[in-house]
Design a binder for this molecule. Structure first.
Ligand code: HEC
Ligand code: HEC
Length: 216
């Protein structure tokens, strides 16, 4: 019963993405971005997200973008613009991007492959691995790997988690319902993660965040 519900939610959500992507292609999203403009924008992103897109710890964690799935990145940038995902910094950054710039940027980070930043408590990794691979059946949490991939590299709208900063991952999971899917009139893929994030305890979140942060 639960699993069927989950897959239904998944199909509906991915359908929404497909429809909005199709709408996008009809617009001005196909125009090429001048290389100089793109390079300047990339340099700007890297002032916060790290010189190789590996992420950076400032006054708050700036997530790794390197190796991230382009489709997921486009979805998030659009979510920041439409305030379905709340973050004042990224709203300011994203709302000025043209659709073609948004696509070009999202593709750029896919090919970067820096080493993970590290820094997570190593003693949590073994517990985290178990959660990642087996889920928590008693709390109806499915294995993370069933959607994010056994190697945590993600695919399409399912984000890569490998090498992501553990403090960023933990913050996002603990605040999921307050930051993502904030427009009830426009449900998005964040609905798939909502019950999963909700059913994890803080200790479990910290463990699984530590595990993925060390994956190459
Ligand atoms: C002033 C710092 C800053 C700059 C410049 C910046 N970002 Fe961000 N970005 C952040 C922060 C902070 C977050 C984390 C937001 C959160 O916690 O939800 C973030 C999150 C993101 C996310 C979500 C990642 C995920 O894993 O869900 C994407 C995508 C992103 N930024 C893309 C970009 C791009 C592309 C650029 C350049 C055009 C850029 N950012 C420039 C600070 C910045
Ligand atoms: C049923 C499929 C599914 C399962 C199982 C799943 N996820 Fe997700 N997860 C997603 C989708 C889809 C997204 C992207 C949501 C969006 O676009 O808003 C996501 C997003 C995330 C994010 C946000 C990434 C970022 O860069 O901000 C984190 C962190 C995450 N998942 C962790 C986990 C962990 C840990 C588990 C296991 C306990 C897990 N997920 C299990 C589908 C799943």
């Amino acid at each position: 019963m639960k699993l069927i519900g989950l897959r239904l939610a998944l199909q509906t959500a991915l359908l929404t993405v497909a429809v909005s992507a199709a709408g996008h292609a009809e617009g001005k999203g196909n125009a090429a971005v001048p290389k100089q403009e793109l390079d300047a924008k990339i340099a700007y992103c890297k002032t916060c997200h790290g010189l190789s897109g590996q992420g950076f710890r400032g006054s708050f964690p700036m997530p790794r973008l390197a190796g991230q799935q382009p489709e997921y990145l486009v979805n998030q940038l659009q979510a920041f613009i439409e305030r379905r995902r709340t973050n004042p910094v990224m709203f300011n950054v994203a709302h000025v991007l043209s659709p073609s710039m948004l696509t070009a940027l999202s593709t750029h980070f896919k090919d970067l492959d820096p080493k993970p930043l590290g820094g997570a408590p190593k003693e949590l990794v073994a517990d985290g691995k178990k959660i990642y691979e087996e889920g928590i059946p008693s709390a109806e949490v499915p294995p993370c790997g069933s959607c994010h991939g056994q190697d945590a590299k993600g695919s399409d709208a399912f984000p890569r988690l490998a090498g992501q900063l553990n403090d960023y991952v933990a913050k996002k999971l603990l605040n999921w319902s307050k930051e993502r899917g904030q427009d009830p009139a426009k449900p998005d893929n964040s609905a798939i993660m909502q019950p999963i994030a909700h059913n994890l305890t803080e200790a479990q979140v910290k463990a699984v965040a530590a595990y993925v942060s060390y994956l190459n």
